[in-house]
Ligand binder design. Structure first.
Ligand code: NI
Length: 413
């Protein structure tokens, strides 16, 4: 069979896989059928699955057990006892869907009412499988190990931490992950060193006042007036406490208080989210937030407390691995652009806090942004993403091998 025919077959196969996943979306932590399907596709390709004791999600490895570059030493497989002898590069795809009713009208639209792959994690999963099939064929060329992380529960920002706790980063020298990007055309890859996506913290603020008759406010302390002033004052944090060269978002998205038109309630509750791109700005904004809440509440004779819902930190790419990704993407014939910062959160950030690597945007030319009920993407981007992950793993392993060799030479001198 000609190479182009093989390529065509792989593209068709990946589209079929992606559509199958798209039809049967599963929510965070419930990805049981998805997990089984991934295991099946991997085993059919002869790829070894590594047991990390996870209820959902799949970890698999290619390389390291055969080939001229190795001496047969197995890689540490989550035991924490043996030290890997070879460089290890991890590739991650998230596998979960969202509680959204699909409105695309596609022939392969979700068959599960109220659930949808509206963030394209089906695309990421299919792309990583495509990379796995490609890498398996080139296993004897691999100067190290590629660990494949099919991660559950990204949408709840839990999966990455679960995988890390299970030991999947042990021995990993570099990690890459991808996200589709609807506003970039197919064949365009967004690569950026440094911050890429925001830390996404949530808050709930409870204001306690003293309830009274609406006609006699002086007999109580009004939590609604307090909450209104707090919400207004919070908007000054971004404009007055964050440098013009940095950025942050504070959005109050919900406010509940009161039960009758003629009663001043005793409590008001509001919640929302804060997005920041550096730990410094995050620290400043969270601290100012608490000060504003406490100070305004005191000024109005009420008390207030903040409950934090800690989200993932900012996705901060390592410059070196982002640069390698740029080169790999360009060598593959893609257009490489530096994307704008995204205020969305992404739990890939947790891996990057422990292991250097980069998170990349793949152009998919979609009509809507992430999490929209009519979210869709161009499947022409699937083989592009699969090939990019495959080449990234190889290039990263080669880079690590060269660096290790250089280090050993230094020591020898
Ligand atoms: Ni996503």
């Amino acid at each position: 069979m000609s190479t182009s025919a093989t390529r065509e077959n792989l593209a068709q196969r990946l589209i079929a896989i992606r559509r199958r996943l798209h039809e049967y979306p599963e929510l965070s932590g419930e990805e049981r059928a998805t997990t089984e399907a991934i295991k099946l596709w991997l085993s059919e390709a002869g790829i070894r699955i590594v047991d990390y004791g996870l209820p959902t999600g799949v970890i698999a490895e290619i390389g390291g057990s055969a080939g001229a570059a190795f001496d047969g030493q197995a890689v540490a497989q989550g035991s924490g006892t043996s030290v890997p002898r070879f460089p290890v590069v991890a590739l991650r795809a998230d596998i979960d869907a969202l509680p959204i009713r699909e409105e695309t009208g596609l022939p392969y639209a979700s068959k599960v009412d109220g659930k949808m792959h509206a963030c394209g994690h089906d695309f990421h999963t299919a792309a990583l499988l495509g990379a796995a099939f490609g890498l398996k064929k080139r296993e004897s060329e691999l100067p190290g190990v590629v660990r494949l992380l099919f991660q559950p529960a990204e949408e709840k920002a839990k999966g990455a931490q679960q995988l890390i706790a299970a030991g999947v980063l042990e021995g990993v020298n570099a990690i890459y992950g991808i996200h589709n990007k609807p506003d970039l055309p197919v064949g365009t890859i967004g690569v950026r060193g440094g911050p890429l996506m925001a830390a996404a913290d949530g808050f709930v603020v409870e204001v306690d006042g003293i309830g009274t008759h609406a006609a006699s406010p002086e007999a109580g302390s009004d939590p609604i007036v307090t909450a209104s002033h707090i919400i207004t004052a919070l908007q000054s944090i971004v404009s007055r406490n964050v440098s013009a060269l940095d950025s942050a978002v504070i959005s109050v998205t919900r406010l509940h208080a009161g039960s009758a038109w003629n009663v001043i309630s005793e409590k008001a509750v509001f919640d929302g989210t804060i997005r920041t791109f550096t730990e410094h700005v995050r620290g400043t904004v969270l601290q100012r937030f608490e000060q504003v809440v406490a100070g305004v509440a005191l000024a109005f004779g009420t008390t207030a407390r903040v409950k934090w819902i800690e989200g993932p930190p900012a996705v901060v790419n390592d410059n070196r691995w982002a640069e390698i990704a740029s080169r790999t993407a360009a060598a593959q014939g893609n257009t490489v652009v530096e994307p704008a910062l995204s205020p969305a959160g992404e739990d890939f950030a947790f891996y990057l806090r422990q292991t250097p690597g980069a998170f990349l945007f793949i152009g998919v030319d979609g009509p809507q942004q992430w999490h929209h009920p009519a979210f869709d993407l161009s499947e022409e981007a699937l083989p592009v993403a699969a090939k990019l992950l495959e080449n990234l793993a190889l290039d990263a392993l080669r880079e690590l091998t060269v660096t290790e060799d250089a280090k050993q030479e230094d020591v020898g001198d």
